[in-house]
Design a protein around this ligand. Structure first.
Ligand SMILES: [Zn+2]
Length: 250
């Protein structure tokens, strides 16, 4: 018998499997990303199936068998639904972008409790709606880059390592440089001061109050480019494209 594990998890994805079952991908606190099957998840009036809707925070129990790609989920309880968030299609799409990023750029069974806690916190932020949802996605994106080893350094100059001021230059292969290094080296392009301030504030993890003034969309475009330049397999986020389309319609 394989052991039964109990863990907190964020539901990243849910798909139908066969006539009555569902396969879910979860980001768990202690096990990292795992896939699980809920047998009969659709036949019981879908109740258990809805507990495992993407964006939810759940407590799951599953039979952990390392040799298998898909674990069997024996129970799932809802800890936090996202009722308020789901009422807003645009915010929901931006939240899905955070899930899609996690789904596409993490490895199965590679636990990162910090990443789990960050994702959990960001989903609460989406639910509270204290800032534009694009800002919340940008905030998560900046955090996520650090967690997968591609931290965007905004504190110190890439050349002289002195603390960066408001005026910086950027070069994709080097990062950000201070004004005097930019003048001396000549290979850094000027970088918009406002965008740099946004990136710094996204990374600071401060209360959302300071960030109400910007939408995060420009920061997201930059972070996507940065991700594309560092993570080989990154092909963009479908949910982000859809959120952009939605936003243009509004
Ligand atoms: Zn410098």
């Amino acid at each position: 018998m394989s052991p039964i594990l109990t863990d907190e998890a964020v539901v990243l994805r849910k798909t139908d499997y066969g006539e009555t079952s569902k396969i879910v991908t979860l980001y768990t606190e202690r096990g990292g990303k795992i896939s699980g099957i809920i047998k009969g998840g659709r036949s019981e009036g879908g109740k258990r199936g809805r507990v495992l809707d993407p964006l939810n925070l759940v407590q799951v129990a599953y039979y952990d068998k390392e040799s298998r790609d898909v674990q069997t989920i024996s129970s799932a309880d809802l800890l936090e639904g996202r009722r308020r968030l789901r009422e807003d299609p645009l915010a929901t799409m931006y939240a899905f972008a955070a899930l899609e990023l996690t789904l596409g750029s993490t490895t199965e069974r590679d636990p990162n409790p910090r990443l789990f806690r960050g994702l959990k916190k960001i989903l609460r932020l989406f639910e509270e709606r204290r800032e534009p949802p694009s800002t919340t996605t940008a905030r998560y994106f900046a955090f996520f880059l650090g967690e997968i080893g591609f931290e965007l350094p905004t504190e110190r100059c890439a050349v002289c390592e002195k603390p960066l001021g408001a005026e910086v230059g950027y070069r994709s292969t080097r990062g950000f440089a201070c004004r005097s290094c930019v003048d001396r080296e000549g290979s850094f392009a000027p970088f918009p001061a406002e965008l740099f301030a946004e990136l710094v504030s996204l990374k600071s993890g401060n209360d959302a109050a300071d960030e109400r003034t910007f939408s995060g969309r420009r920061a997201l475009r930059f972070l996507e480019q940065y991700m594309g330049a560092h993570a080989e397999n990154y092909r963009g986020l479908r949910a982000l494209e859809m959120a952009n389309d939605l936003e243009q319609e509004q």
